[in-house]
Design a protein around this ligand. Structure first.
Ligand code: CP
Ligand code: NVA
Length: 308
């Protein structure tokens, strides 16, 4: 079963084929209207369930649009409105949905929910974000980097801020795609050790830096994300802001990276917290290309899941 659960759980050559396939599909669409079908309709007759237990703009719209462009249909389901939110087990939900749909994408809280869904589903399951990882985002980010600057292998990626779910998937990608990764943030918000060990075991040079200016020296790509993720308690907001303020990505910090460095953010951004508007809207930023590439990358992921 081709579940897409995490970047480190899929073979490198298959990830590479997905990125290349996404770029081919994007090029083949040219500038046709968003709602117009692709020339190829590999999802014709297929039904895809999109389950959200957390809010979403990009994941929801890009998956829905991607399925439609490839000729399939979607059902967008909110966890709260399903029996899942009222005591039915994840395993039973997986078994039932597998009788109705061909593919399940789920955005949830605990990673265990995703894994249980995958264990009991008889159709492929895609991780649309958990508290721990966000693999679809990083597929789009690798695609975006390579569109602008060529192969990401051997490049220096610097993460500024919270060592969160998006950071974790970047560490998986560092191992799989062969780039170096520097984390710049406070010790209380370091990424989990197993993500770091994975990347190092695969040969990536991973550094932990407390000084953001030192971290971004020679960076090819600077990345940040919100200081308070959807699963973080609001009560932690002020503490996190205080801890992370020194890691804001602003023009002075970007000036320390390579002259042609890119800036990425998975969005939604909190302008003038983790990143200034000057950087978001400035010459290094490719944040809206990343958002668009969610569409193309996930179309390739769905085709891979379904063997199409
Ligand atoms: N980047 C991302 O996953 O955005 P949404 O939360 O809007 O889906
Ligand atoms: N780290 C963020 C990413 C949102 C796409 C969160 O989990 O809320």
């Amino acid at each position: 079963m081709n579940h897409f659960l995490d970047i480190h759980k899929t073979d490198t050559d298959q990830l590479r084929a997905m990125i290349d396939g996404a770029r081919r599909m994007k090029a083949a669409r040219g500038d046709r209207p968003r709602g117009a079908p692709d020339d190829q309709q590999p999802l014709a007759g297929r039904m895809v369930a999109l389950i959200f237990e957390k809010p979403s703009t990009r994941t929801r719209v890009s998956f829905d649009l991607g399925v439609r462009q490839m000729g399939g249909q979607t059902m967008v389901l909110s966890g709260k409105e399903m029996q899942l939110g009222h005591g039915e087990t994840i395993a039973d939900t997986a078994r039932v949905l597998s009788r109705y749909v061909d593919l399940i994408m789920i955005r949830t809280f605990e990673e265990a929910t995703l894994l249980e869904m995958a264990e009991h589903a008889t159709v492929p399951v895609i991780n649309g974000l958990t508290n721990r990882t966000h693999p679809c985002q990083i597929m789009a980010d690798v695609m975006t980097y390579e569109e602008h600057r060529g192969p990401i292998a051997g490049r220096k990626v610097v993460w500024c801020g919270d060592g969160n779910n998006v950071c974790a998937s970047f560490l998986h990608a560092a191992g799989q795609f062969g780039f170096d990764f520097t984390f710049a943030g406070p010790p209380t918000l370091d990424p989990e050790g197993d993500f770091i060990l994975y990347a190092r075991d695969k040969g990536s040079r991973v550094h932990i830096e407390r000084d953001p200016v030192a971290a971004v020296q020679g960076a090819d790509l600077v990345v940040t994300d919100t200081w308070v993720s959807m699963h973080d308690p609001q009560s932690a907001r002020e503490r996190r802001h205080n801890q992370l303020r020194a890691y804001q990505v602003n023009e002075a910090l970007m000036a320390q990276a390579k002259a042609d460095a890119l800036f990425m953010h998975c969005l939604p951004a909190h302008r003038d917290d983790e990143v200034t508007s000057a950087v978001m809207d400035g010459p290094h930023s490719v944040v809206f290309d990343e958002a668009e590439n969610r569409l193309h990358a996930q179309k390739a992921v769905m085709r891979w899941c379904l063997g199409l």
